[in-house]
Design a protein around this ligand. Structure first.
Ligand code: MN
Length: 425
């Protein structure tokens, strides 16, 4: 089926600024609370949130097989479960309804009033009920930097790294939507030179600039998803901040990997941008050498050209951009990650979240974490207010942004924001 929603020449009767992440070609999906305290599934064009439950009730999705309450829910799981054909039909219909040439809704003031909300009138909620959460470790530059710092620059990558997308099962209960405050975690750490650990607030709180993909019910237990079919089973992408307490991590991670250093909070952006909307921005990924095993082998445009940045805004000060990177640098693609996740028969379900791993580029100003940007705290970063940062301090807000652009079009993710508050007494 054609993705007519992606027509780059289409304009909406809703005014959209030139640098908006949300032109009519984006049509992301999210969940929000309206000014009347109703939770609904919606989309966004420019600075307007669009109530899809209201649109559906008024008959605007006629002809598309959707249950009556499909959008009257507080998560997108059921809609995502319906699969790619439905997602496409719905995006195509929304594009048509908001096309400046189409008078149907444009000229119906009464309907417009119940369907449209200013973004500042709504509260964005977590868009999916996340059953399972996996975090990969798929940036070669990030894995090399971490291996260099903590082990051996000569053998920075462990022997498995170039053969499989390394990952671990994370925790879904502490995934929060952008805007939720993050409490500094407490835990065990081993101070330098000490032989026994101490307990207290983490002193080395960090962010990880990542993207996450959200799946549909891709396979049943015992079956696997091939690398060729993987993209059809992925609904869309969000920005993801995998908050990390480096001092807790360093002491606890041997031999099973991170535990309490990462499961206290993970922030995601509220609008899921569909893979369909990102289709024009597919590019070739890095060359994979050695050649992956057949179940991971993939040809063509496997990566997405998404410009990413991270900023830190100290309390009562302006934000400073600390990193600029790109999702296309990832060594392992999202299709390879999903194929690997399911190759043993592990089933994935609608609303599951898969983090890419920290996205670092080659240059020191393209690293996706403070650990790398300040090289373990040895090269502090300057803030706009003159203060320095080795890691994240109480009161700091970390802001992630991401967008794709070509000559005709800009499709973006908005922001993924989290402010750190001090540890509990
Ligand atoms: Mn991570």
């Amino acid at each position: 089926m054609k993705i007519t929603a992606n027509n780059p020449n289409r304009k909406s009767w809703i005014k959209v600024g030139k640098n908006s992440d949300f032109p009519i070609q984006n049509i992301p999906f999210g969940v929000f609370l309206t000014r009347d305290d109703i939770t609904t599934i919606g989309t966004r064009i420019g600075d307007y949130a669009i109530d899809l439950a209201a649109l559906h009730q008024l008959g605007y999705f006629e002809g598309i097989p959707l249950t009556d309450d499909m959008f009257m829910q507080d998560t997108l799981n059921d809609f995502i479960s319906d699969g790619r054909t439905t997602w496409r039909l719905v995006r195509n219909r929304i594009a048509d309804l908001f096309d400046e040439e189409n008078p149907k809704l444009r000229d119906n003031k009464e309907h417009r009033e119940v369907i449209l909300f200013f973004m500042d009138e709504v509260e964005m909620l977590l868009p999916v009920d996340i059953g399972d959460y996996t975090d990969f470790y798929s940036s070669r530059e990030h894995a090399t930097n971490v291996g260099t710092m903590f082990r051996d620059p000569e053998n920075a990558l462990l022997p498995n790294w170039l053969h499989l997308p390394v990952g671990y099962h994370g925790r879904s209960s502490s995934i929060v939507v952008s805007g939720k405050r993050i409490r500094r975690p407490k835990g065990q750490t081993l101070p330098a030179g000490a032989e026994t650990p101490v307990f207290g607030p983490s002193k080395l709180l960090d962010f990880e600039l990542e993207m996450g993909f959200i799946t549909t019910d891709a396979n049943s237990l015992g079956k696997s998803v091939s690398v060729e079919e993987a993209r059809d089973q992925i609904f869309g992408l969000v920005l993801l901040n995998d908050w990390s307490a480096r001092d807790i991590q360093k002491w606890e991670y041997v031999p099973l990997g991170p535990f309490l250093s990462k499961n206290f909070a993970t922030s995601i952006s509220p609008w899921i941008v569909t893979l369909d909307a990102l289709e024009p921005f597919r590019v070739e990924g890095p060359v994979q050498d050695p050649e992956p095993l057949p179940y991971l082998k993939e040809e063509g445009k496997t990566a997405y050209d998404i410009k990413l940045e991270a900023s830190i805004q100290p309390k009562n000060s302006e934000e400073a951009v600390v990193s600029r990177t790109n999702f296309k640098y990832m060594y392992w693609s999202i299709s390879q990650q999903l194929a690997h996740q399911t190759v043993n028969g592990c089933n994935v379900r609608s609303g599951d979240l898969y983090g890419s791993g920290t996205i670092s580029g080659k240059e020191p100003d393209s690293y996706g974490s403070m650990l790398e940007l300040t090289w373990k705290g040895t090269k502090p970063l300057k803030m706009k207010d003159g203060t320095e940062r080795k890691f994240i301090e109480d009161g700091d807000t970390v802001i992630l942004r991401g967008h794709c652009e070509n000559e005709q079009l800009r499709i973006g993710f908005g922001t993924c924001v989290g402010r750190v508050k001090k540890a509990k007494k």
